[in-house]
Design a protein. Structure first.
Length: 72
């Protein structure tokens, strides 16, 4: 199983911007995600076309399972 974290932020221009990280631990907590998102906003290291990331909008962890079949 692969898990990915998608974090959605609001920008200075009022637009939504999503940052995704794959390969995260499946047992991330709400507090850990909040801390990460607060750090991303505070460090201001990402730029978007509509300005800096200024506010948290939402987050989700997605589980992905791939089943491969040999059909040859």
């Amino acid at each position: 199983m692969e898990f990915s974290l998608s974090m959605t932020f609001l920008t200075e221009g009022g637009q939504k911007s999503t940052l995704s990280i794959s390969g995260v631990k499946p047992n991330l907590t709400k507090d850990q995600i909040n801390t990460l998102m607060n750090t991303i906003i505070a460090k201001n290291i990402f730029k978007t076309n509509s300005g800096d990331l200024v506010k948290k909008s939402g987050a989700q962890v997605t589980q992905r399972q791939v089943t491969k079949f040999d059909v040859a």
